[in-house]
Design a protein around this ligand. Structure first.
Ligand code: NCD
Length: 321
């Protein structure tokens, strides 16, 4: 199969059937992992991978996504090459494209890539002769996060179709929200958004999506609430002092922060999610995380299963595991 058909650059290339297949494989890995600690079939034993190697190149900060891909690869028996941004030759002035071409010359079988905004990479990536998995491209897309979010909803709520998912926060700058719009709508969920006007995308991007001015109204409507971090690093640099930022953050928390008190408006069987990293006292109060409906760490656990399913498919071992 050509490399570009095995790549996952955007969820828009996935059909509902592709997504449910990944969920079924993640379920299989979960059952095996609970039974004997590995993702492979106990009767068949680990798959002999030969020379298959996955390279993880993260040009932007990451904890969950990078380690989750790494854990997924190890559990499948796939060795990984990992580049640490701070200690790479990028700090000696090497360009992103040169870095990628050099890693490709080492012959990995798939590339997992995260970067901020780069016209150079936007052009290069679709031309590469190797499958690429998007681990977060700027504000554009974060496919594996949206897949693990939808998988978490399916596991915790029993289905995605008909769920009412309220996404609260800095939606305009969020690649997580953008990919979730696509995956959740494909799977038949309804979506609502809530946040200050400056954090909402233009109408064309949120057609068919409900906009709530009040987070309390949104929570009364929702079965799932997903908080998002304010993406300060992606905002246009405004001339503002620390006091001004602190005032804005406090004002945001007062109007849109998810607190234990506010969560009384969410149905008892509802769930609370967040892709991380969480800024305590901003998008969530610390006590909100103690709410029994909070599924933030289940999202992280599910991320390993979903990424393993995707890696297995990408390097052509889905039939073997
Ligand atoms: C998100 C990201 O990097 O896009 N985190 C993640 O991958 N789990 C969200 C964020 O940075 O706020």
């Amino acid at each position: 199969m050509p490399a570009d058909q095995r790549s996952l650059l955007d969820t828009r290339a996935l059909t509902t059937e592709n997504i449910t297949k990944l969920f079924r494989m993640a379920d299989k890995f979960r059952e095996r992992s609970e039974a004997h600690g590995f993702f492979y079939d106990a009767a068949r034993g680990p798959v002999k991978q030969g020379s298959k190697v996955v390279a993880l190149l993260f040009f932007e900060a990451s904890t969950r996504t990078r380690l989750s891909f790494q854990a997924a690869a190890y559990r499948l028996g796939l060795p990984v090459l990992t580049m640490e941004f701070a200690s790479s030759s990028l700090s000696k002035g090497e360009s992103l494209s040169d870095t990628i071409q050099n890693v490709l010359a080492m012959g990995p079988d798939a590339l997992v890539l995260r970067y901020g905004s780069s016209a150079e990479l936007d052009q290069l990536i679709p031309r590469l002769d190797i499958p690429v998995i998007n681990a977060g491209f700027g504000t554009l897309a974060h496919p594996t996060q949206a897949l693990l979010d939808a998988y978490t909803i399916y596991r915790e709520r029993g289905q995605v179709v008909g769920e009412r998912v309220l996404i609260v926060g800095d939606i305009l700058h969020s690649r997580v929200a953008r990919s979730n719009f696509d995956v959740l709508q494909k799977l038949g969920a309804e979506i609502g958004v809530c946040g200050p006007a400056r954090f909402l995308p233009p109408g064309s991007e949120i057609s068919g999506i409900r906009v709530f001015d009040s987070v309390d109204d949104g929570l009364r409507w929702a079965t799932v609430c997903m908080g998002l971090r304010i993406q300060f690093e992606r905002h246009q640099q405004e001339a503002s002092d620390d006091d001004h930022v602190a005032r804005q953050v406090a004002e945001y928390h007062r109007s849109y922060g998810i607190t234990r008190a506010r969560l009384q408006s969410l149905i008892p069987e509802g769930i609370l999610m967040h892709p991380g990293p969480i800024n305590h006292g901003v998008e969530f109060s610390s006590d909100a995380l103690e709410d029994p409906r909070c599924r933030v760490l289940q999202q992280v656990t599910n991320g390993v299963l979903i990424r393993a399913a995707l890696l297995a498919k990408t390097v052509g071992m889905s039939e073997l595991v």
